[in-house]
Design a protein around this ligand. Structure first.
Ligand code: NAD
Length: 486
């Protein structure tokens, strides 16, 4: 059964690799010099080699988006919403194709590819269509009529960790706002983006509204940031690359929107149910093999509860066992590449060298795996809050546990990194958690494990970026007010 899924996915990827670009409504082969590679991280096996887009193709995509923008903004909001729903339907109709392709290039277990990666993306698009139908594009202020105008042509640059969700979280609100888009997906998720390109064609979106170019990051920066056809750069990825993009965009005063890294806290108040908080935090941190920008990677518990938390972690950590993602019962796969595996191992090795208490996981391959980009789910216990392992994003399955003196100290530690993306607060009641959460500088906080809402704004404080994605706030991020005085 799973062999069949893998065989079909590999055949699909070979087809996608032959025409991975979408430029002005046409699926095309890249004619650039750079070779991009699709790899299965669970076997470290090359699945396809792809020629990236040339600079001339980047120009074509940007100019197609510019031409389409002139008419797209004037398409009625209700029709834009209809087309977005058609896009969601097209993605949903290809669920089985996406599941195979995402498992192949991300290494996500089949169940996670289906229930999370595809399903969430479909919900994201539909939430934007709902928000668009309710959106007020015009209002009066005294003798002025203020119209919310589309910000223009958006260069969208996305990462690989949620290969479909990160793409639609950006392009659906941009399109809803009346912008047109040149999307540059991650090289690690190019086949997912090429499959999404088929959905764009099938949805009936007019040519040029959404273009997809496959290229390296540096080429895109050099050629498209500051390009006369590009008005906005919307970037999701690491804080370091985001800062470089903002610097480059400054020269042409190009508007920038940044969704960057995180080191999010899970703050467990003394009144909380410790066992539930520990269990859910561990599952959240290891989810998607630890590759979530908003993963709760710092568990903050009262010092008096440290030993109880340690016992609970010891019992629970073994349930998170990486295995072959192509197996139907797999719950955790590899990380995205052997390069990322080496980088995560280097962070764990540095922690061991500092004498930190690695109570679970550590270096080496997980039991039952011999090759591929697997990492052992790791817990570093009672760590100094200023240690690099507690300050910097590892972007792998590594949880740090930190003790605090009193709640005020816990809040201080929750805020004591350069990031402010996500997090959770645990207390006797969700209202109590919300009161504590008001002091935590993060873009979104889950109270006692409240579930993700694809209609709510997503984005960061501090070095986690600026601007918001998803739902109505996402649409607002791609608008410029224009006022007419009567
Ligand atoms: P990355 O920064 O290495 O790459 C992100 C994208 O930028 C890729 O498409 C890449 O090709 C491109 N890129 C790289 N260098 C570039 C350059 N000089 N100019 C233009 N584009 C360039 O990040 P990644 O490894 O793909 O993703 C992981 C990072 O993304 C983590 O830091 C994670 O926290 C972050 N992330 C943030 C969010 C969020 O919403 N805040 C969501 C997902 C991931």
């Amino acid at each position: 059964m799973t062999t069949d899924i893998r065989t079909s996915a590999l055949a699909a990827i070979a087809g996608l690799a032959a025409a991975p670009e979408l430029i002005d409504g046409a699926l095309r082969t890249g004619d650039g010099d750079r070779e991009l590679v699709v790899r299965d991280p669970s076997r470290d096996e090359v699945l396809a080699r792809v020629r990236g887009a040339s600079d001339a193709q980047l120009d074509e995509a940007a100019e197609a988006a510019r031409r389409a923008q002139r008419t797209w903004e004037d398409v009625a909001a209700v029709e834009r919403a209809r087309l977005l729903r058609a896009l969601a339907d097209a993605v949903e109709a290809r669920t089985d194709d996406f599941v195979g392709v995402i498992t192949a290039e991300l290494g996500a277990p089949l169940t996670l590819s289906r229930r999370l990666h595809v399903d969430l993306a479909v919900r994201d698009i539909r939430a934007v269509a709902d928000a668009l139908e309710a959106f007020e594009f015009e209002h009066r202020i005294g003798n002025s009529v203020v119209t919310e105008r589309a910000a223009g042509v958006v260069l969208a640059i996305t990462p690989w960790n949620y290969p479909l969700h990160q793409v639609v979280a950006k392009v659906a609100p941009a399109i809803a706002a009346g912008c047109t888009v040149v999307l540059k997906p991650s090289e690690n998720a190019l086949a997912t983006a090429a499959l999404f390109a088929r959905c764009v064609v099938e949805s009936g979106l007019p040519a040029g509204v959404l273009n997809i170019v496959q290229a390296g990051g540096r080429q895109i920066s050099d050629h498209l940031i500051g390009h006369p056809a590009i008005d906005v750069v919307s970037f999701t990825g690491s804080t370091e690359v985001g800062a470089a993009i903002a610097q480059r965009a400054a020269a042409s005063i190009t508007r920038v929107h940044l969704e960057l890294g995180g080191k999010s806290p899970s703050l467990v108040a003394p009144s909380a149910d410790l066992a539930t908080a520990v269990k859910v935090t561990l599952a959240n941190c290891f989810f998607n093999s630890g590759q979530s920008c908003n993963a709760w990677t710092r568990l903050l518990v009262p010092r008096a509860s440290l030993s109880e938390a340690k016992q609970q972690l010891a019992q629970l950590v073994g349930r998170h066992r990486p295995s072959d993602p192509w197996s139907e019962d797999a719950r955790m796969g590899p990380v995205v590449s052997t390069e990322r595996q080496s980088a995560i191992w280097a962070d764990i090795a540095a922690s061991i060298d500092r004498g930190e208490d690695v109570v679970a996981g550590g270096l080496g391959m997980p039991d039952g795996t011999e090759h591929g980009a697997f990492v052992r789910p790791t817990v570093v216990f009672d760590v100094d809050p200023q240690s690099p392992i507690a300050q910097e994003e590892v972007f792998g399955p590594v949880l740090t546990v930190i003790g605090y003196r009193d709640l005020e100290h816990g809040i201080e530690l929750a805020n004591a990194t350069r990031y402010g993306l996500g997090g959770s607060v645990w207390a006797a009641t969700s209202d109590d958690a919300a009161q504590i959460g008001r002091h935590v500088r993060s873009g979104q906080l889950d109270l006692n494990g409240g579930p993700f809402n694809p209609a709510a704004p997503f984005g960061g404080f501090k070095s986690s970026g600026y601007g918001r994605e998803l739902g109505g706030y996402g649409i607002a991020s791609f608008l410029e007010p224009q006022s007419f005085q009567y």
